[in-house]
Ligand binder design. Structure first.
Ligand SMILES: Cc1cc2nc3c(=O)[nH]c(=O)nc-3n(C[C@H](O)[C@H](O)[C@H](O)COP(=O)(O)OP(=O)(O)OC[C@H]3O[C@@H](n4cnc5c(N)ncnc54)[C@H](O)[C@@H]3O)c2cc1C
Length: 478
């Protein structure tokens, strides 16, 4: 077959949350955008518990009402049974108001809704279309070669001004072209999970929230899903997984044994039936050397992946989609130079990832206890203890993805809080030197009258007062 050649202003690779939201936001800003997705949706994906920040980004992308109408379980926070301490909650709604919430979702349905929404907003979406290679001119990507599953012998070439790589862990640019990912060795983990019928969760769990339960060898998640089901999983180091796997003929046997070993999980599932096979994924954490460069932005898991303890994956995907779309719009509009938009994106997204990484690392050190986690969270948000609304407010803010939205909107530089994390000698995670960003780009993200970046003196106030829910538009999406 003859090769075909087309061109587009922005190409988005991948139709997960990072790709669909980037495409929708760009299309709503009037940008000509094409999204290529390898699979045909709906397709299965893990990652069901969503941070409240996702709601804000979905609203900007025109998807929030569709997701609300679909009837996913509303989620207002989560409950931790962690280490030797009594249970503790991250209740976003109690802390920040009734509108600060998200959903627990079946990702096949959620991702399908977001992909259709990208199309509704004006993006061209092609499924069953796998990008095979990115063509460069110098250090700038200029075109993608891709094939459709319907006619695999026909090579298509699409040239573009900008590309958003949102290809998830496949990492078309990062893993396949640049090969610039570094793994975090301490998080060489494996997750095993399945689905159970029934609805029981631990007492005092915020409505629709997950339960996160520690054990000496790892941790469990129990996530409520609509239709009286729960997603139940266990995360452990790969060495432990390999050893445990040898004792069982099947993954289902191993999953059942793991569930039986926890008094808490066993009693939550007592009398209920497993309604799926067991699934397994290595969920190694990694970070790419660059999150963007000339002509490209890498969003979501394509850029970095973090152990799912704090359910941060879709937050990072949607947050980076927002940052990438705003950066591209600002450059196309001539508001900022490309190098400035790159500096803004790299700084904000890396900071967000690093802050989550620091929290997860601290929590893996179970003996630190709540006081230790909350104190670190205060440092990572730059909140002095005497100004905290409650001891756990900063922790709840980070886990809800609210701090990141606030930073993007108010131009808060990341240097101070990242430096605080380093001073704290996080012995589990080595923060790479390039994580110590102080770009002070003087840019902030704006959403009206149009998505973009605005040059402004950074908000130098070290501390922000507690905000009533209504005054922070992005962080309190309606
Ligand atoms: C065990 C486990 C539990 C998790 N739990 C949670 C959770 O509770 N909450 C949470 O927020 N996150 C969770 N996550 C993380 C979450 O799944 C991811 O962070 C999230 O899906 C990232 O979205 P994304 O859009 O970047 O990538 P993806 O959702 O993976 O989407 C990438 C898309 O790109 C497509 N693609 C790949 N290669 C190509 C190509 N060459 N051409 C075209 N298309 C391509 C893929 O088909 C895919 O649809 C979990 C992860 C794991 C492993």
């Amino acid at each position: 077959m003859e090769p075909t050649t087309t061109s587009v202003k922005v190409l988005v690779i991948g139709g997960g949350p990072a790709g669909s939201l980037s495409a929708a936001l760009l299309a709503r800003a009037g940008v000509d955008v094409l999204l290529l997705e390898k699979e045909v949706f709906p397709r299965y994906h893990i990652g069901e518990a969503l941070a409240s920040s996702c709601r804000a980004v979905l609203e900007l992308a025109g998807a929030v009402e569709k997701v609300d109408e679909f009837g996913f379980m509303n989620k207002h926070g989560g409950l931790f049974r962690w280490g030797a301490e009594k249970d503790w909650c991250a209740d976003w709604t109690e802390m920040f108001g009734p509108e600060v919430r998200s959903w627990s979702v079946d990702r096949s349905e959620f991702d399908h809704l977001l992909l259709n929404n990208a199309s509704d907003q004006g993006a061209r979406v092609v499924q069953n279309a796998a990008v095979k290679r990115i063509v460069f001119e110098g250090d700038r990507p200029v075109a993608a070669e891709w094939v459709s599953g319907d006619a695999p012998d026909q090579l298509h070439t699409t040239s573009f001004d900008y590309v958003v790589d949102a290809s998830g862990r496949a990492g078309v640019l990062t893993a396949q072209h640049f090969r610039n990912r570094t793994r975090h060795e301490v998080f060489r983990n494996v997750a095993i999970w399945g689905y159970w019928d029934g609805e029981e969760l631990l007492p005092d769990t915020p409505q629709g929230g997950s339960n996160i339960i520690s054990s000496p060898d790892g941790w469990y998640w129990v996530i409520p899903l609509r239709g009286g089901r729960r997603s139940v999983g266990f995360v452990m180091h790969e060495t432990a997984f390999r050893e445990r796997r040898r004792d069982h003929d099947s993954l289902e046997g191993l999953l059942t044994a793991l569930v039986e070993e926890s008094d808490t999980v066993r009693s939550l599932l007592d009398g209920d039936t497993r309604i799926s096979d067991a699934k397994v994924e290595q969920d190694y954490s990694y970070v790419s050397a660059d999150f963007c460069g000339p002509g490209y932005f890498v969003a979501g898991d394509a850029a970095c992946f973090l152990d799912p303890l704090l359910s941060s994956g879709v937050h990072l995907a949607s947050y980076s989609a927002l940052l990438a779309a705003a950066s591209i719009v600002a450059v196309l509009d001539g508001e900022v130079a490309e190098s400035e938009a790159n500096a803004f994106y790299e700084s904000l997204y890396r900071h967000s990832y690093t802050r989550m990484l620091a929290m997860v690392a601290r929590m893996y050190d179970q003996y630190q206890g709540q006081a230790g986690y909350f104190w670190l969270a205060q440092k990572l948000t730059g909140t002095p203890a005497e100004q905290a609304i409650t001891p756990n407010a900063a922790f709840v803010e980070i886990v809800g993805g609210i701090s990141d939205l606030y930073d993007a909107q108010h131009g808060r530089g990341p240097a101070e809080s990242t430096a605080a994390a380093n001073e704290d000698n996080l012995h589990l995670v080595e923060l790479l030197p390039r994580d110590l960003y102080d770009t002070d780009s003087q840019l902030r993200l704006v959403t009206s009258p149009r998505l973009g970046l605005r040059r402004e003196q950074a908000d130098t106030a070290r501390v922000r007062p507690p905000r009533p829910a209504a005054d922070a538009d992005l962080t309190t999406s309606r």
